[in-house]
Design a protein around this ligand. Sequence first.
Ligand code: FES
Length: 153
Amino acid sequence: MDPLYQEKVDEIIGRYQGQEGFLIQLLLDLQGELHWIPREVISHLSERLGVPKSQIYRIASFYKAVNLTPVGRHMIQVCMGTACQVRGAQKVLDYAASKLDIGPEETTPDLAFSLRKVNCLGCCSMGPVMTVDGEYHGGVTLEGTEKVLKDLR
Ligand code: FES
């Protein structure tokens, strides 16, 4: 395993030493630190904690916040709810995809960006809406999308 991963994983395991029912929180902490949870990390967790890998995968797969595939340092989410679609969300998504040269649900090879389609974010009157690293942007235009992506590079 990558020594950097091992150090982080062991440090996070140490936070929960002796506590019960901590696996979910531990996975969320790892997600926060590593942005995704590689297979080798699951194997290491299984060994260290004495928990079957299948159980760890089952829990990790259940939570949408936990990524089991590589995720970029910056997460771009475009709302594809009906209200946002009516206001041009598809164009925003297509534009972001073309600028990043990836499709929705993909990550750039340098792990800088991930692009996702999401359902209604609950602020339809601001549509089209996208989130950038969790920050909401409403009334998004193609120019605005370009600026956001440029500022993150
Ligand atoms: S449809 Fe996009 S925020 Fe509701």
